[in-house]
Design a protein around this ligand. Structure first.
Ligand SMILES: [Zn+2]
Ligand SMILES: [Zn+2]
Length: 370
């Protein structure tokens, strides 16, 4: 994640604060410029357009800015910031228990959208395009029904109950998963969305689909059968040789979504390390390390192996740091060779799609310098 800084004092203000922790200035995230701006009551002008606080500023503590006046292309905002506008359903206003969970969940969702836009991926809202991206943030604790986390035709459904540590942790243990977070859910589900719009349909589809089937398997295999098999027999004993997780073994779609999530985990974390000025110097360590690890500004034009090599050393370091605090590893996964190939495919689809999407969207694109 970018180290967002206060526009007044240049202190690190971070991604979620409405006030600079150093000087107290009210700040808001301006997505097109990927920066914080002073978020006064009356708003701030950027390139002739006025940006104001998101209408969820006081309710769920959103710290993003939104266009004050909207035209036809941004009519769906209705006072909300861009990520907020993607929420199609959320708990009723009188459901205070569920609404409480909305605060942290919305924060994770904003992190997701920020990263997708930063990677150059198209984020087409459901209110502008049929089948566009939408989020249903519901709580199985208050609806009385089990909310199934999933994706269908652009709509990502999230169970808000998973924002409760005790609830989510129990599921994690029951399911034998090494890692389970709300951000992880978002990253996984959006992987289904992008496989659908970039690989199975869309501009690059014909070229990608064959390759995708060769690497991940045929996605036309029955999904219902796959679920039955997975929950009856579990993952194959030797799954570690070719998959990133047990869940990825269930169906080619899940394998792709898991790899997509890992791509976001890895790039997002390396980015955070780089923005913190972190590098690993090989002549400063007691063990053998072939070269310095200096995280790159962008891995877009690098082979996946370069990204994963840097990640191997960085994640090893993060895991040891966590162990020093008596915590589980930050990244409790191993990446076997077949998964390198899968991540390479995800890398390629993301890079090429980012290069193809040249349309300027005033909600998310930085205006070109004059
Ligand atoms: Zn400040
Ligand atoms: Zn917002």
């Amino acid at each position: 994640m970018h180290a967002l800084t206060c526009p007044i004092c240049n202190a690190l203000s971070g991604f979620v604060n409405q006030r600079c922790p150093e000087c107290g200035t009210t700040v808001g995230v301006h997505l097109p410029s990927r920066s914080l701006l002073v978020a006064s009551e009356e708003g701030v002008d950027v390139d002739g357009r006025r940006w104001v606080r998101c209408s969820n500023w006081d309710t769920t503590g959103c710290n993003w800015l939104t266009l004050a006046e909207v035209d036809d292309s941004s009519i769906g905002l209705r006072g909300r910031c861009f990520p907020g506008s993607l929420v199609r359903r959320h708990p009723d206003a009188d459901d205070t228990i569920a609404l409480e969970k909305l605060t942290s969940t919305s924060r994770d969702m904003r992190m997701l959208i920020y990263q997708l836009v930063d990677l150059g991926l198209p984020v087409e809202p459901f209110w502008r395009t049929d089948g566009g991206l939408a989020f249903d943030l519901l709580s199985s604790q208050t609806t009385g029904q089990q909310v199934l986390i999933g994706h269908a035709n652009g709509v990502i459904t999230i169970d808000l109950a998973e924002s409760l540590d005790a609830y989510r942790e129990r599921l994690r243990v029951d399911l034998g998963e090494p890692y389970r977070t709300m951000l992880g859910h978002f990253r996984h589900e959006v992987g289904h969305y992008y496989e659908h719009i970039l690989v199975e349909t869309g501009d690059g589809a014909t070229e990608y689909l064959d390759k995708c089937r060769e690497i991940f398997g045929d996605e036309r295999a029955s999904y219902a059968d796959a679920i039955d098999r997975h929950y009856k027999y579990g993952a194959p004993r030797d799954w570690r040789k070719s998959y990133i997780s047990e869940y990825a073994t269930m169906h080619p779609w899940e394998d792709f979504a898991e790899c997509f999530a890992h791509y976001l985990h890895i790039t997002g974390t390396i980015d955070t390390a780089r923005e913190s000025g972190l590098m690993l110097e090989s002549d400063q360590v007691r063990f053998t390390m072939n070269r310095d690890i200096v995280p790159l500004e962008s891995y877009a034009d690098e082979p996946i192996e370069r990204l994963l090599y840097d990640w191997k050393w960085l994640s090893m370091m993060f895991n040891r740091v966590n162990a020093a605090m008596g915590r589980r590893p930050l990244y409790p996964f191993e990446i076997p060779q077949p998964v390198v190939r899968k991540l390479g495919f995800v890398h390629r689809v993301i890079r090429e799609s980012a290069k193809r999407s040249t349309a300027v969207d005033p909600l998310v694109d930085t205006p070109a310098p004059a």
